[in-house]
Ligand binder design. Structure first.
Ligand SMILES: [Ca+2]
Ligand SMILES: [Ca+2]
Length: 102
């Protein structure tokens, strides 16, 4: 495994807040999420930015982040009990791999 240039993987979802909040503003912007969501575990099971931003102010604060951990767990559980590969596209229809098959 090459470590040089490999992005840091957060140890836990909670720690991931600071990993994704790259400008240290205390909130996660959509751009920060898009650029860094792969650092907080399997992106397949990540909630979308819109889902996490429950009050719709276009940023995710620490409370919203904490709530999102439960969403991620629920998505993972749902995927494990479902057949087929609907999960990534169900939660991330904007992803290129989901659009090219349509
Ligand atoms: Ca930020
Ligand atoms: Ca918010």
């Amino acid at each position: 495994m090459l470590l040089l240039g490999t992005p840091a993987i957060a140890a836990s979802w909670t720690d991931g807040f600071n990993t994704v909040d790259t400008d240290g503003s205390g909130t996660i912007s959509r751009a920060e999420w898009d650029a860094n969501e792969s650092k907080v575990g399997d992106p397949t099971f990540n909630p979308t930015f819109q889902t996490m931003d429950s009050n719709g102010n276009n940023s995710v604060d620490e409370d919203e982040w904490a709530a999102a951990e439960g969403m991620k767990t629920a998505i993972g559980n749902s995927c494990q009990s479902a057949e087929g590969s609907w999960c990534p596209c169900q939660n991330h229809p904007e992803k290129p791999e989901c659009q090219k098959s349509n």
